[in-house]
Design a protein around this ligand. Structure first.
Ligand SMILES: C[S@@+](CC[C@H](N)C(=O)[O-])C[C@H]1O[C@@H](n2cnc3c(N)ncnc32)[C@H](O)[C@@H]1O
Length: 380
């Protein structure tokens, strides 16, 4: 069965010829009505795939501890602004606020989510205030404002795009970059071809077509994967690099933190593209990325070296290492103690405490979420 996005893409191809991959992914994921995220699908136990914040509250509790550490390093500024990009339905934000970090009184939490349908869902779980709250006066300027510990936070704001006025704090993005649009290049006998999307004759189904890559794309691919053999493919992720540039420009003092799955472009060139361009729906793998546009997630492993071209990260470790550094083991030990004390009651506190053990296993699993990459760019 064809989807509205299949038909819209087919229409565009009839008018303009074969489309670049990024244009097709843009419509499939972000068409405001019929796109996968635009229509409100995404992460969640009852949705299409499970991300770290959706595993349970433990991930957010560790992030809350990390935020406290970074806030302290910055000299406990008020306001301390956390800009969470790709906030989805607000699970991470809700968990961070529930964990009540020390920085709460100084905290301005800005959820940035492109999908209006998902932003609407955030309002069901979070006390979202007026967007103007994203820029409160600083405690130093506002003589009536109490100290950070007893400050006026948390202020919670939700936006459709990243703000542009510089802030002191953290830009955080969990599984954003793998969902930003990308082009695909294929190594040819002479130079590189670009993989475009065309029609079969003048009709659906969509098919891949190779055209000569433009000079800028070919030069970039040569630089990133000089040893690629004929037939090897690579993603070019300019949208991810642009996003990182904007995130770095947003932070006056603080850091940008990205959590995602990824590899280098040269590694991806050695692997079949079906492995690194994946589709998901209803907690399973979907079909070809050119099928059922808008009804399945399309994701691409993040080419980490392409981010490093913008600025090399100061820290790069696995999610398991990052969570350990920010105290996941202490939180699990605390959970075990509470469980031992309250198991006989079987109340919510006991059950939550016990679930931390299973959550920690999932979040640090070296064959799953634990192997995700965590990249950090401190500013300045
Ligand atoms: C894989 S989901 C991750 C959601 C959430 N971070 C989590 O871990 O559960 C990716 C999300 O990024 C959002 N997104 C994509 N591009 C965006 C952008 N430029 N700004 C804000 N959100 C964006 C999508 O709409 C989608 O909700």
């Amino acid at each position: 069965m064809t989807t509205p996005v299949d038909r819209a893409v087919a229409d565009q191809i009839r008018r303009r010829g074969p489309l670049p991959f990024d244009e097709v992914v843009e419509r499939a994921l972000y068409d405001p009505v019929d796109g996968f995220f635009g229509g409100g699908s995404g992460a969640g136990r009852r949705a299409d795939f499970l991300t770290s914040p959706e595993v349970g509250p433990l991930f957010s509790a560790v992030i809350a501890r990390a935020l406290d550490g970074w806030w302290t390093e910055l000299g406990r500024p008020d306001p301390f602004t956390v800009v969470e990009v790709a906030a989805g339905t607000g699970a991470l934000a809700q968990g961070v606020l529930a964990a009540a970090p020390d920085c709460l009184g100084a905290l301005t939490y800005v959820l940035v989510e492109r999908s209006e349908a998902l932003r609407d869902r955030q309002r069901e779980r979070l006390p979202i205030g007026d967007a103007a709250l994203a820029y409160p006066p600083s405690a130093a300027e506002d003589v009536d404002s109490p100290s950070a510990e007893g400050g006026l936070g948390p202020r919670v704001v939700s936006l459709g795009e990243m703000p542009t006025l510089p802030v002191t704090g953290v830009v955080l993005a969990n599984e954003l970059l793998d969902n930003l649009v990308f082009r695909v290049l294929e190594r040819a006998e002479q130079g590189w071809s670009e993989v475009r999307v065309g029609l079969t004759g003048d009709e659906l189904p969509l098919v891949e077509l190779l055209v000569p890559a433009d000079d800028a794309d070919a030069r970039l691919a040569d630089r990133l994967a000089p040893d690629a053999v004929v037939g090897a493919r690579v993603p070019l992720q300019r949208a991810a690099a642009d996003w990182l540039g904007r995130a770095l420009a947003l932070i006056e003092r603080g850091r940008v933190v990205v959590l995602d799955y990824g590899a280098t472009t040269a590694d991806l060139a050695h692997r079949p593209p079906e492995e690194w361009i994946r589709t998901y729906r209803a907690h399973g793998r979907g079909g070809s990325p050119l099928e059922d546009l808008g009804r399945q997630d399309i994701t691409c492993e993040v080419a980490l070296d392409q981010l490093a071209l913008v600025r090399p990260p100061a820290a790069h470790r696995s999610q398991a290492e990052f969570l350990a550094a920010h105290g996941i083991d202490e939180l699990v030990a605390e959970g075990r103690r509470t469980w031992a004390e309250r198991a006989h009651l079987g109340d919510l506190a006991a059950i939550r405490a016990r679930s931390r053990i299973g959550e920690a296993e999932a979040l640090t699993d070296p064959t799953g979420l634990g192997a995700f990459h965590v990249l950090e760019w401190p500013v300045p």
